[in-house]
Write a protein that binds this ligand. Structure first.
Ligand code: PGA
Length: 248
């Protein structure tokens, strides 16, 4: 399986930031892993233009479950494809918190994204209170049950990102054992749901990944890449993470 280094720019970046994209492409003209940036919707088309012919793929950070219609402010999976995207992040904890997205809505979006030809990156993760209460695996299991599509389609068209909510943007990470435990749980859950082919599904870790901790995380079993927020904004921060994944 080709591993995946994915960057989530969140609500950051304007046209000037495309210089960072050019620098990233220059640092990694070819990669043995997949390299993806998900900028805000305003930049998807322009970033895709910059990335044409390079090793970089471009994705969205969300999409609507329907293809078109009266949904002011939303964008559909087809529109992302039209803008040059190949991936979309769905069910990020910030969308679950800020926009009250439920597992059922994330599932509907995932089905729509795959139908449009996008690779869906479905995010799951526990809060600190849930971890402290010993509920991490149950919470993740419930989110997977509710958010994943009934059919996997191709194993490479569905990616799961485990992102503990308390590790996002905080500089804190779970221990390596804790990451490995959750990833083993997710692997077992997707094999149970989709069969042995889900062995080839990419499982990403996300939450305060940076150049200094990437290699240790990537060495863990069932960790097939990362979803990176803050450290994906600058080529100087993201390029070494991509390099660590190519060496994992
Ligand atoms: P972070 O964000 O790398 O800034 O912690 C990760 C994410 O939310 O995807």
């Amino acid at each position: 399986m080709r591993k995946l280094a994915a960057g989530n720019w969140k609500m950051n970046g304007s046209a000037a930031a495309l210089a960072e994209v050019k620098a990233l492409i220059a640092a990694h003209p070819a990669t043995s892993c997949d390299m993806l940036l998900c900028p805000p919707a305003t930049l998807v088309a322009r970033m895709a233009e910059v990335a044409t012919g390079s090793a970089l793929s471009v994705g969205g950070q969300d999409c609507h479950a329907q293809g078109s219609g009266a949904h002011t402010g939303d964008i559909s999976a087809q529109m992302l494809v039209d803008a040059g995207a190949s991936h979309v992040i769905l069910g990020h904890s910030e969308r679950r918190a800020d926009h009250l997205e439920t597992d059922a809505l994330v599932q509907a979006k995932t089905i729509a994204a795959q139908a449009a030809g996008l690779t869906a990156i479905v995010c799951v993760g526990e809060t600190e209170a849930q971890r402290d209460a010993g509920k991490t695996l149950a919470v993740i299991g419930g989110q997977l049950d509710g958010s994943l599509p009934p059919d996997m389609n191709r194993p490479d068209a569905l990616v799961i990102a485990y992102e503990p909510v308390w590790a996002i943007g905080t500089g804190r990470t779970p221990t390596l054992d804790e990451v490995a435990e959750v990833h083993a749980h997710i692997r077992a859950a997707v094999i149970n749901r989709y069969g042995a082919a889900a062995q080839g599904m990419r499982l990403l870790y996300g939450g305060s990944v940076k150049a200094s901790n990437a290699a240790a995380i990537f060495a863990l079993p069932n960790v097939d890449g990362a979803l990176v927020g803050g450290a994906s904004l600058k080529a100087a921060d993201f390029a070494p993470i991509v390099a660590a994944l190519t060496q994992a």
